[in-house]
Every structure is written in structure tokens, then in C-alpha cells.
Design a protein around this ligand. Structure first.
Ligand SMILES: C[S@@+](CC[C@H](N)C(=O)[O-])C[C@H]1O[C@@H](n2cnc3c(N)ncnc32)[C@H](O)[C@@H]1O
Length: 257
């Protein structure tokens, strides 16, 4: 861990960080208690991507949200389309939070679900809390880097604000993106979001590292693991949302066959 925001001279690798000290309630208070315009934009774009892919077809067996943290909306985006959803998370406190939300998630998550209901597949879910409880599995303790060595096993995946927000190393950022892609079956749709030019972030009293990346770094990391039509965009509403980064980037696409 660094004692202040990472500088060019700092190098904080993923294994250097006390992830178990990540405070989910501080993080939610800062990010998700009230829905920001940029989250609405992300949810809308991911909703349309998954709806376009899945509408009219059968449910797929397995979805995964990697580095779920205390954020439920990535799992929401997969809820109508999967029989089960895996939440992979390195921090014990965040896993505890996720487990505590499973039976009845807090009311401040309702506006996030409501945005999804702009498309039929989501609007058709009668009782999202009941479905969340049934579909979302106990969070799994693990690391994105372990996915790179496993068999590709998931039919749809999300990874939001993880690869660039868990290290200052370009190599680890690239490994995280590639490991996530490796976990997906050929043709599986995915969505992954990134902070642009992040200098690190504070949760409560603790500074967490980030790799300063842009759209081209995302494109390079995805490389030849994705189908050529991949859409990588800087979000319109992400300008100057907060200090410490310059915007947000969303990549939507499919794992290469
Ligand atoms: C900036 S938070 C993002 C959380 C959430 N996905 C969101 O959208 O707000 C980064 C998350 O990555 C988790 N994390 C850190 N190292 C990880 C690793 N090696 N594998 C998986 N998750 C990790 C952290 O515990 C934290 O929950």
C-alpha cells in the first residue's frame, strides 16, 4: 500500500494491497447511494447490448461478475439472461456485503434496476429481488488472475472498474483484462468498464492504486480476444464527475469464437 495517491515513482502491485480493508459502506456512500448520470448511461448501454444478444433466445447457464465489490448493478444486467451468476471478489468485507444483500437488497439499488426495465427482458422479471436471490450464488473468494489458467466456463460476463483499479502496473492491468476474457466461452457477450487516467482512489481512510489508462490501452488489452465489432467508448456523462480521473470508458463486445 502507498501512504498517499500513487505517483509515477510508486509501484503498487495487486498483491501489495490490503483488499480485506476495503470498506463497502464508505464506497457505496461515495458511489452508489444515489444513482449518477454516468451509471445510468453505462446501465443503458449494457442493457441494450445484452438484450440485443439474448432477446428471443434461451437462458444461458452461467454469468460472472469479476471484482464485484459492493456493486449490484453488473449482476442486475445479467439477471434475466442466466440460470446462475457468479460473483468473484477478493475482499472479505465486500463478499460479506454481497452475501448480506442476497436475500433482500437495499432500496437504493431500485433505481438501477428501473433503468434496465426500459427493455422487455428486464421488464418481464416479475420480482427482481426474488430472482436475484435465486440466481446469484454465494460470492467466491478469488482473483481475476486465476481465471486466466482455468477453462473458459462462462456464457456472459461483466467486470466494472477492476483491471485498472487494482494495481499501478500496466502488465497487471493487461493480465486482468485478458484473464477476464479468457474466462468467457467463445461468442459470449461481455461488458467491462474502466476509469480513464485514474490516479488512484480513496475509500474511507485508505488509498487504493490505479493504472493510468485510456481507450487505446483498453483496445490493446482486449487485443485479438474479442470479435472485431467490439465497441469501446468514452462515456458522455463521465466528464469531471469527481477528482482523480478524467472520465470513464465502456467496452461491449463478444469473446472471439
Ligand atoms: C474499484 S472496486 C470496483 C468494484 C465494483 N466492480 C464496482 O463496479 O464498483 C475494485 C474491486 O476489485 C476487487 N479486487 C481487487 N483485486 C482483485 C483481484 N485480484 N481479483 C478480483 N477482484 C479484485 C476489490 O476488492 C474491489 O472490490
Amino acid at each position: 500500500m502507498t501512504s498517499g495517491p500513487p505517483t509515477a515513482a510508486d509501484r503498487t502491485l495487486n498483491a501489495d494491497v490490503r483488499w480485506d480493508d476495503f470498506d463497502p459502506h464508505q464506497y457505496i456512500g461515495h458511489n452508489y447511494l444515489v444513482m449518477q448520470a454516468v451509471d445510468e448511461e453505462i446501465i443503458t448501454l449494457v442493457r441494450d447490448h445484452f438484450s440485443d444478444h439474448f432477446e428471443g433466445g434461451d437462458r444461458v447457464p452461467r454469468g460472472i461478475d469479476v471484482g464485484a465489490g459492493p456493486n449490484l448493478y453488473p449482476a442486475f444486467t445479467m439477471l434475466p439472461w442466466c440460470e446462475s451468476i457468479t460473483l468473484l471478489e477478493r475482499s472479505a468485507q465486500n463478499r460479506g456485503y454481497l452475501l448480506g444483500q442476497r436475500d433482500w437488497y437495499d432500496a437504493h439499488w431500485d433505481p438501477f434496476w428501473k433503468v434496465l426495465c426500459g427493455r422487455k427482458g428486464y421488464a418481464d422479471v416479475d420480482n427482481p429481488r426474488e430472482r436475484f436471490k435465486r440466481v446469484v450464488q454465494d460470492p467466491i473468494a478469488g482473483s481475476v488472475f486465476e481465471l486466466g489458467a482455468a477453462e473458459p466456463g462462462w456464457d456472459v460476463g461483466t467486470m466494472f472498474f477492476v483491471a485498472e483499479s487494482i494495481t499501478t502496473s500496466l502488465e497487471e492491468f493487461q493480465n486482468a483484462v485478458r484473464s477476464f476474457m479468457h474466462a468467457l466461452k467463445p461468442g459470449a457477450p461481455f461488458a467491462t468498464a474502466f476509469m480513464e487516467h485514474s490516479q488512484g482512489y480513496r475509500v474511507g481512510d485508505i488509498e487504493f492504486p490505479a493504472r493510468d489508462i485510456d481507450k487505446e490501452d483498453v483496445r490493446t488489452a482486449l487485443g485479438d480476444l474479442v470479435e472485431p465489432g467490439v465497441d469501446i467508448q468514452r462515456l458522455n456523462t463521465s466528464d469531471l464527475v469527481r477528482d482523480g480521473y478524467t472520465g470513464m470508458i465502456l467496452a461491449r463486445g463478444r469473446r472471439k469464437e
